[in-house]
Design a protein. Structure first.
Length: 74
């Protein structure tokens, strides 16, 4: 029974952490966009349109830092 409670608590904690991602500050988004632009210039966009590549790249970086991802870059 203790094991089942522990699993339930762990699942609840993970669920709260997974949904509680905060939005990244605008300056971080600008910095990541610049970084991803340089990556695109140096390494290419893997056949994607530039805007699509930039959004994916920025979102990958935001996700790795624990921030919420974006639906578009303005």
């Amino acid at each position: 029974m203790k094991g089942l409670k522990l699993v339930g608590i762990s699942a609840l904690t993970f669920s709260v952490m997974a949904t509680a991602q905060e939005a990244a500050p605008a300056d971080l988004i600008a910095e990541l966009t610049q970084f991803c632009t340089e990556v695109a210039e140096d390494e290419g966009t893997k056949g994607m349109a530039l805007n699509e590549f930039l959004l994916q790249c920025v979102n990958d970086e935001l996700d790795s830092e624990g921030y919420a991802t974006l639906t578009s870059l303005n």
